[in-house]
Design a protein around this ligand. Structure first.
Ligand code: NAI
Ligand code: MG
Length: 356
């Protein structure tokens, strides 16, 4: 019997509510499957920890996380702590410290959920966006000079490296190859950005030769928003830079119906370090403590975690249960239902137990 060591960091706002739901589903799955167990350690890091200790996690936080098989993360953000402290104090040091360079964001329309797009239902939109998660426009390179003077300048330099681009392209082609349609769209902006983005295109073409069975095309990012909206069926796997994928994946989430169902995985494909799994949404102060947070994004990222750990059957069982429950209309108010977090969670666990 395999035991997976999971580090749970529920953190702020609705984070603890959705992580509790996710852990309940994971334990139900482990019991149903019988082939593995999960050994969960909780870390109380986040904004409350910051108010007591002046830091979001201890200085040796990543050392403490290193021995785990995976990290299950809720959300960070509190009304009375600045966002750049909460985000850069906890999530980013983990992503960067563990070189989680592939950010993987699946999107599809779940049964029972309505897309804002007319005549687009489950099956018409089934994408995975791969976001470069370690460099590009968010490398933090740049600065400001002559502050406050009329001559003030600010620079924000996008960094693209051959190593960084090659590894994300290889990851994206491999993922596309593993999906039935074997279809990849490389998002670019090489018409206007003639250095880094041209290199990005060239490396995509080079890497494509390793994957002759993957059909691929290239889209300028502005035109990509149009294609996502008007021809969602024409897309499958998508790879884009840190900034482009950040923006496109919000659009993807909206087109699929709600932020409350969108998951993400921050992956170190080389498995040198633990990877981190989280819902895309934040700490949602407006509904914290009301018991109505949508747990589906957290279930979905738990499925990504199981997949990564080498338990594809349990991952599929979990997603089948989630789809059965949403299909029956058992859902939280953000997607038009009347159920609360616990009722959705219990229904998903029941569907897991009843599955064959
Ligand atoms: P948010 O994602 O927390 O909430 C946006 C809206 O979506 C709210 O109306 C909220 O109620 C709703 N919502 C989000 N998740 C939901 C769920 N599971 N079920 C039902 N409704 C849900 O984004 P917002 O309000 O911009 O940010 C709040 C805080 O969260 C800020 O401090 C922000 O910095 C932080 N944040 C953290 C993220 C992370 O930890 N990865 C990501 C995004 C924001
Ligand atoms: Mg974003």
């Amino acid at each position: 019997m395999k035991t997976y060591k999971i580090a749970a960091i529920p953190a702020d706002g609705i984070g603890p509510e959705v992580i509790a739901a996710g852990l309940q589903a994971l334990e139900t799955l482990a019991r149903r499957d019988g082939g593995f167990t999960v050994d969960v350690t909780h870390f109380d890091w986040g904004s409350d920890y910051y108010k007591k200790h002046g830091e979001m996690m201890p200085a040796n936080g990543t050392d403490q996380l290193k021995p785990f098989d995976a990290i299950f993360f809720g959300a960070v953000g509190a009304p009375d702590v600045p966002d750049h402290i909460t985000l850069w104090g906890l999530r980013l040091p983990i992503c960067q410290g563990f070189d989680q360079y592939a950010n993987v964001r699946p999107t599809k329309i779940l049964p029972g959920i309505k897309s804002p797009l007319e005549n687009v239902g489950p099956g018409d939109l089934d994408w995975v966006i791969v976001r470069e998660n370690s460099e590009g426009e968010y490398s933090g390179h740049g600065g400001r000079a002559h502050r406050g003077l009329p001559e003030e300048v600010g620079t924000e330099v996008a960094i693209f490296t051959r190593v960084g681009v090659t590894r994300i392209m290889r990851y994206a082609f491999k993922l596309a190859q593993s999906r039935p349609r074997k279809l990849l769209t490389v998002v670019t902006k090489s018409n206007a950005q003639r250095h880094g983005m041209v290199m990005w295109d060239e490396i995509a073409a080079e890497v494509s030769r390793e994957f002759p069975d993957v059909k691929w095309d290239k889209m300028l990012v502005d035109a990509m928003t149009v294609r996502m909206t008007l021809k969602p069926k024409s897309l499958d796997t998508i790879v884009a830079t840190n900034l482009h994928a950040d923006i496109l994946s919000d659009l993807a989430g909206a087109l699929a119906g709600s932020l409350g169902v969108a998951p993400t995985a921050n992956i170190d494909p080389e498995r040198r370090y633990p990877s981190m799994f989280e819902p895309i949404h934040g700490s949602a102060f407006d509904i914290t403590g009301k018991g109505i947070a949508n747990p589906v994004a957290t279930f979905w990222t738990a499925a990504q975690m199981l997949e990564h750990l080498g338990e594809p059957q349990a991952a599929r069982r979990l997603m089948d249960a989630v789809e059965q429950v949403s299909g029956k209309g058992i859902m939280t108010p953000d997607i038009g239902g009347t159920a609360n977090t616990q009722e959705v969670t219990d229904a998903v666990c029941e569907a897991i137990r009843a599955s064959n």
